[in-house]
Design a protein around this ligand. Sequence first.
Ligand code: 5RP
Length: 273
Amino acid sequence: MDWGLKNRLSRMIKPATGRSVMLACDHGYFMGPTHRLENPRKTIEPLLPYADTVAVTRGVLRTSVDPKWDTPILLRVSGGTSVLHEDLSDEGIITSMREAVRLNVCAVALSIFVGTAHERQTLLNLAKLVNEGEDYGMPVMAITAVGKELEKRDARYLSLACRIAAEIGVQVVKTYYCEDFSKVVEGCPVPIVVAGGPKLNSETDVFQLAYNAVREGAVGVDMGRNIWQNDNPVAMIKAIRAVVHENASVREATQVFNENKTSTRTVEDAIHA
Ligand code: 5RP
């Protein structure tokens, strides 16, 4: 592997543990002002010191992340759809590799939609990006997106999508946690991180997801809503860090969360309010 590519990759996946806590804040590219990401700067800034990398689009990077921060950036480069459309798979590449280099990011990320009408298009987008990434020493992360079809997230489908991404030559794959997740990891010869997905019912469920994922072979998480939609986002990311980097148990992560929370309003309180 080329030195530049290796160096960028190790800014993202920390060599000390071989793991990574990526903070996903790229939802606006098709979801618009997502709940609690309405003002990206306000959401992102308090979390930057605890993220190994933050995933954003170039628009949010330029407007809402101060360049003085040295948290590595994972640049979302696919898009072209909105949540108003039934089919979210019709994506293209929206930001050039030249721009990614200019922005000094540590990797670029693109969604693939395996098994959809735009499977071929999104896989060829990925191949183009990997080819350019090789030229510039830029790691590429594939995201095995399912659009609105959340029920697709089983080991059989995710194994197929992750393996195809790895065969195209990406350095990292982001996918979902699922039952039999270790089979997904086994069939994918590059590191995998897991998304959090829509907000879960409790903090414990989030810690359990992260715990199971790393125990079954993920190198970490690329998590968004379950961190910044929580009333205590800093406490959440600190607890997730404990799981990912220190192999903390769910009980230990809950302790970290409780020690760091500033608001007493928990997810359960909000549900029962
Ligand atoms: C948006 C994404 C998100 O980055 C990904 O889904 C992770 O965020 P979350 O944990 O909120 O699911 O790819 O399209």
